[in-house]
Design a protein around this ligand. Sequence first.
Ligand SMILES: Cc1ncc(COP(=O)(O)OP(=O)(O)O)c(N)n1
Ligand SMILES: Cc1ncsc1CCOP(=O)(O)O
Ligand SMILES: [Mg+2]
Length: 216
Amino acid sequence: MNRHILSLYFIMGSNNTNESPVHVLQQAIEGGITCFQFREKGHGALVGKEKQQLARELQQVCQANGVPFFVNDDLKLALELEADGIHVGQDDIPVREIKKLAPASMLVGVSAKTLEEAKSAVEDGADYIGTGPMFITSTKEDADVPVGPERIRFLREEGMTLPIVGIGGIDEKNAHHVLEAGADGIAVISAISMSRHPKQATSDLKKILMENGRNE
Ligand SMILES: Cc1ncc(COP(=O)(O)OP(=O)(O)O)c(N)n1
Ligand SMILES: Cc1ncsc1CCOP(=O)(O)O
Ligand SMILES: [Mg+2]
């Protein structure tokens, strides 16, 4: 996997925006996101056919623009849609199980905040890790206490070479700390999805990536 696809990683579900998710995703793509994760969970989240339908619509927008489409948590949905990737956490379906059931081409990301979890991710064949929360976030209902960009610096110092995406409370003001600590990319929800101008918000983040040498 080319780690540059992770540099501006946008995540969204229907309850992360007051606008049409399709419109927000289109704007984010115009602004320059490099990949997208469909994360339909939390208060008021769609389920069943409605969830699947929205996933399909968002996937089509991604496909039309050459943006990799990831599914959060839901392996069944990822397989049905032949998604480009799936992201799971420590309490979700294990990476090893996914590797048995999914096509080899499906990228697998896993949340890892300790060195042990990161090493397991490598052993299990994960393509990247998501580390966070970097900062305080109100988007994830069950978010842990922030670990800060220092955690990414620590993982790098300990020799972790797997691509790392920082997540949680990242915005245009603090994104540079995450990149300076050694992240390949930043994963954001509200900084784009709740912005009044999602395209501009994305361009602003893109500029910070460029300033920090993540310009491919
Ligand atoms: C890129 C990325 N990193 C981390 C997460 C968080 O996953 P998880 O810990 O399973 O929490 P939920 O998102 O499922 O609530 C993520 N989704 N994406
Ligand atoms: C899914 C997730 N995992 C850790 S923090 C978080 C929420 C990120 O949302 P935001 O970018 O709005 O803080
Ligand atoms: Mg999860």
